[in-house]
Design a protein around this ligand. Structure first.
Ligand SMILES: [Zn+2]
Length: 257
């Protein structure tokens, strides 16, 4: 009943953003067996007023367009016939490119993002691509006019590359504010996705997702794919909070009886 948000599947990058490829493969197999994984676009009309999908449903998203998605996500998604949406930082696809300088933990080597050819290959294999802004700036720090320009440039470059409209946006770091949400609408997006740490007002320009991180064990990921957003926050059930996770799992089992 949730929209899950992954970032990288880098095997050796010790960042919360980098889920290990084998862990991801295990999570994907569990989702395929236990959830109906929907294309994000089909999920949107089914969201309730709190931004939740119907019981038993989930959707998969990846932010930032890291290069290793081609190696480690694509085969798993294809094998499991799992639909997924990747949100791209448009400037990374320009000839000049853009270094990955928006992450907090440096990679073991410079981190790279998907090339236009890899994006097109993945698109042809059925992966959906949408916008994660032009340059991964914190949009809440830009003026509304700057946000509109950034988001419009991203949508235009991506629709040009992909040959289809790009109506969906994931805010960099999930951050938004009233002027950012207005800018998303003015720049031509129909929906925008957040990554709330606590209950937030939900609307088309603040659709909640829940992040999956490197230290999340199988049980945590199952809970994240199950519980309402306000109860399971993105970051508060990491490895250090095992008792709480177990309590929630117990409640979940009781509910299922
Ligand atoms: Zn991002």
């Amino acid at each position: 009943m949730t929209i899950l948000c992954y970032h990288s599947l880098h095997p050796t990058w010790e960042s919360p953003l980098a889920v290990r490829p084998d862990a991801f493969a295990g999570q994907a197999a569990w989702l395929r067996r236990n959830r109906r994984v929907m294309p994000l676009r089909d999920a949107l009309p089914q969201l309730d007023a709190r931004g939740r999908l119907p019981r038993g449903h989930a959707a998969l998203t990846f932010d930032d367009g890291f290069a290793e998605l081609h190696t480690h996500a694509l085969p798993v998604l294809m094998r499991g016939r799992l639909p997924a949406t990747v949100f791209l930082v448009a400037q990374t696809l320009t000839p000049a490119g853009r270094p990955v300088d928006w992450v907090d933990t440096a990679g073991p080597e410079p981190l790279s993002t998907l090339t236009p050819d890899q994006v097109l290959e993945m698109r042809d294999a059925g992966v959906d691509f949408q916008s994660h802004s032009w340059a991964h700036h914190d949009l809440t720090q830009l003026s509304e006019a700057e946000c509109v320009r950034d988001l419009r440039d991203s949508r235009e470059l991506l629709s040009e590359l992909l040959g289809v409209p790009v109506p969906l946006l994931a805010y960099p770091r999930g951050r938004h504010s009233p002027h950012v949400r207005r800018a998303a609408a003015r720049a031509g997006y129909t929906h925008a996705f957040a990554l709330p740490e606590r209950a937030e007002d939900v609307d088309e320009y603040a659709v909640p997702r829940i992040g999956v991180y490197r230290n999340n064990g199988p049980l945590t990921v199952r809970l994240k794919a199950t519980r309402p957003y306000a109860r399971v926050r993105t970051s508060d059930i990491g490895a250090g909070n095992v008792r709480r996770v177990k309590r929630m799992a117990e409640r979940l089992r009781l509910q299922r009886r």
